[in-house]
Design a protein around this ligand. Structure first.
Ligand code: ATP
Length: 355
């Protein structure tokens, strides 16, 4: 009997379609290695390009079709030249998180090769490893009122840091659950010394911690975390934080393992799962065939893990092992890592390394 999974494919804008093509190539290669499994891939147009075509970056008919899929693979969305009248860019990827209630932003930060990191003494046989996961609350925090209509012509604007008990509790539970399956340490990143919303978040984190007595915890202010991620990233296992802090720390995390082209992500809810590289559309390198597809390929591995079938979990391991093997060879480097490997060549290398 064959089990089939329906996967929605959203290439999006900029380098999105280029990196997604490599992710799909690897997915197809893995599918051929698995037993009794089929992936039905359905492409949809969403993003700034779709806005220019139809006037809506995320048509409601498309959103409904996404709800039919077992998982969503997304490239990147938005272009600096395509903006709403208010001046902000279109961000259908954020809209999707809110509309599908993908509250749990999972951003694994793992160093694959010592030559990728700008930090000294990390990676390789004798260096310290970098291997932690940022859990970003995706549906509230400082992004919560970004779509609230504002009166025109005011001499001020405000954004609200909204933390609800439900939102904080469910994201902390996800973080602790993940820590249980890792090195059993969970760090809350907040700004509880200054912001009442963050003191509230801390109170709930501490309450949830009592349900996970085998997980050790600490609290780190977000400004200190920016320092510690450079000084001692090896000391972290799972960290949980609000939306905007998670957004910023994800880029810092990517920076210490070699850049945005190596950082995958999963946006998960109770019903839906969306997988995408942590990077944006990188318009300055789009169309040149030089974008690093590894973040997208690793996002495909996260998707297979999440689909939670014995064969998809096996497929996820095939991909992460293949990526490790490819990146172990210093000749295999895209331009962001100082090499000459093209986007397509990197996808081919990962396919060849699948065993
Ligand atoms: P967003 O606001 O959507 O996050 P951004 O333009 O601020 O987008 P990115 O698109 O993530 O940020 O790009 C940040 C930097 O990383 C740019 O210099 C970009 O060229 C580079 N970059 C991002 N993704 C890749 C990739 N896959 N391969 C190579 N370089 C990348």
């Amino acid at each position: 009997m064959t089990t089939s999974f329906k996967i929605a494919i959203l290439g999006g804008d900029g380098i999105g379609p280029e990196v997604v093509a490599e992710g799909v190539k690897v997915l197809r290669a893995v599918e051929a290695m698995l037993t009794g499994l089929r992936f039905d891939l359905i492409e949809h147009s969403v993003g700034a390009g779709e806005f220019l075509r139809s006037g809506d970056p995320l048509p409601s008919a498309t959103l409904e079709r996404l709800k039919d899929a077992d998982a969503i693979l997304l490239g990147a969305m938005g272009l600096p030249s395509v903006r709403w009248p208010s001046g902000v860019e279109m961000t259908p990827q954020i809209d999707l998180r809110e509309q599908l209630d993908l509250f749990n932003g999972v951003r694994p930060i793992q160093l694959y090769h010592e030559s990728h990191t700008p930090l000294k003494g990390y990676g390789g046989p004798h260096g310290r490893p970098i291997d932690f996961v940022i859990i970003r609350e995706n549906c509230e925090g400082l992004f919560s009122e970004r779509l609230t209509p504002r009166p025109a012509g005011r001499d001020f604007e405000t954004d609200t840091m909204k933390i609800t008990r439900r939102g904080a509790e469910r994201i902390c539970r996800e973080a602790f659950q993940l820590a249980l399956n890792r090195r059993k340490h969970c760090t809350l990143v907040d700004k509880a010394n200054v912001l009442p919303s963050m003191a509230f978040f801390r109170k709930i984190f501490d309450e949830v911690a009592r349900d996970f007595p085998t997980v050790t915890t600490d609290h780190v202010y977000v400004d200190a975390m920016a320092l510690f991620l450079v000084q001692r990233p090896e000391s972290f296992d799972v960290m949980v934080t609000e939306n905007m802090f998670g957004d910023i720390l994800s880029d810092l995390g990517a920076g210490i393992i070699g850049g945005m082209g190596l950082a995958p992500s999963a946006d998960l809810g109770d019903t839906y799962g969306l997988f995408q590289p942590s990077h944006g559309t990188a318009p300055t390198i789009a169309g040149q065939g030089i974008a690093n597809p590894v973040a997208t390929i690793l996002s495909v591995a996260l998707m297979l893990e999440w689909l939670d079938h014995p064969e998809t979990r096996r497929g996820a391991r095939f991909i992460t092992d293949a990526v490790s093997r490819v990146l172990a060879n210093p000749d295999h480097r895209t331009t962001d890592l100082g090499g000459k490997t093209t986007t397509t060549q990197m996808g081919n290398l990962v396919c060849q390394a699948l065993t």
